[in-house]
Design a protein around this ligand. Sequence first.
Ligand SMILES: [Zn+2]
Ligand SMILES: [Zn+2]
Length: 660
Amino acid sequence: MIKVECNGEVLEFSNEISANEVIKKTYGKKSGAVAALVNNEQKDLSYLLNENCRVEIIREDSNEGLYIMRHSCAHLLAQAVTELFPNAKPTIGPPIDDGFYYDFFMDPINEDDLRRIEKLMKKIVKQNLPIQRQEHSNETLRKMFSDNSFKMEIMDDKIGQEVGSSTYKQGNFVDLCRGPHVESTSKLRWFRLTNTSQAFWRADSSRETLVRIYGMCYSSKEDLQNREKLLREAAKRDHRKLGKDLQLFHIDEMVGQGLVLWTPRGTIIRNELQHFISEHLIRQGYQQIYTPHIGKLDLYRTSGHFPYYQDSQYPPIIKRDTLHKLSDENCTCGDLSNLMSEGEIDGYMLKPMNCPHHIRVYASQPRSYRDLPLRLAEFGTVYRWEQSGEISGMTRVRGFTQDDAHLFVTENQIEQELLGCIELVKVIFGTLGMKDYRVRIGLRDSDSDKYVGSPEKWNTAEEACRNAAASLGVEFSEEPGEAAFYGPKIDFVVKDVLGREWQLGTVQVDYNLPERFDLTYVGSDGEKHRPVMIHRAPFGSMERFCGVLIEHFNGMFPTWLSPTQVHILTISEKHKEYAERIAQTLRDLALRVEVDSGDDTIGKKLRTHRKMRPAYLMILGDDEQNNETVSFMGPDREQNTGILLDKFISDITAEIKSKS
Ligand SMILES: [Zn+2]
Ligand SMILES: [Zn+2]
């Protein structure tokens, strides 16, 4: 007799029974089950119960259920790919948010191939092939996958030389997998292949190049369609596309990948944002500084950025004399690299971080407790060597300007200063209409001993992070293990109008760098003490922040940020003078104005200028000229006719001033 507990009931069976039968008895045939939880372990629906246990349903629309469907969809993809491309070797294929991907060792494929694969996947779904789990010995497994070195490597690493494992089979396709999976291919109806990209085996660029195929998968047609709609809308708003159409920035192969050229219109947005942030920095008692774009290798040896993070940095700059001397000595590149790491040769580096420079500003004079908190801010440009595959528009770049600041504080000041940092974020998100954001607090992993600083200090700092986040009045989550080894941190994740989340900046407590640079201040007791540092770049970088804003506003910036605030269009030649006079009046008030008094028809002018998405589109004709009025369409897209010029000016200047 087997007793099975399911949904609060205890069922009794004389023989073994599948999890599916139990779920059907309890929830009915249309339960939407994709798998089962047996004694808290995920199992296939076909899993046979032969002893007393507890069974829970995993429904297709739950997170766990979707994960299993997406994973099953990855297998479906691999089945289709290996049928169409018999030489393709499947490697790994995990589920991800919204869908799945699978990496194949194969020749690159194009859009047509992708549609062909998708078509075959749909056919396999219709065939309703059962998806069957099988257990194998280590020996059998190795025979089965002997022609796939990737799967062999996974077996060596993950499973071990001696142990067997399970496979999943559908039609002629078999994959090494622990499961669970849906029962049959017909359960996977609502998917779509989205794109392909290049990947490396084990994410290691020295290993094999792979073709990654992405897809999305949902449990209902409606969910899939909503997602597709969202993606179409996102594509329209893509900052790379809008940035080009609206002439906001340019990335030039001749200058270098990932290096953003801010064109005049984009520069206006960046300047306005920087002014805006600067106003708040002044209000909060920050002092702004400028520091150079390079620093000596020794500086970064002290900070620990070199040689440990070499892979993510541009290579060092070495003095010409030194290079000549080394070349005369037949020094190889390997020797050079060793000499640099060991500190035998000095050179310079493009700065990967602003902190070391700011620290030297702190250390440039003796500090007393009366000087603290010392808040040094800089819109500081840093350079990092991102892999070329990761570079994208303004959001993943190789040179960027952080809205950076370093606060040098006493232990007791940490909480108050964190609060200030968060306050700033709140004001700026509020002004930009980014109302929906959350905060993540990265805390220690209590099992690890990698952290610098005493447990008491950590407790205080973590508590300070919590209190500061709580004071914001927004949702926050605590994430143990996410702290850096040198201190806890607070991250900001903002949701845009499409519901997409963007991780922007971070506020980070640091016990490590003050130690490494032996920073001190003289306390009220006359003794030397160690300050604590807070790094904060709440918006990450100006590049990333602007990229996010372009998409958030869909290129329709609020008037104060708009690259051109008023476009004036004339109906005919005779209104040119009036247009110029208004333009000058507005420019005298520091408004950004463009005039089009050319020969084109007003219809054509409107079409051309609308594309640039100005805040105000003004049309001037006889009526306006005779009555000293203006007609325009504002940010609300409403048509306003015959408004007195003075009224227009006072309204628009008030709007800009209030940043509404
Ligand atoms: Zn699998
Ligand atoms: Zn820093």
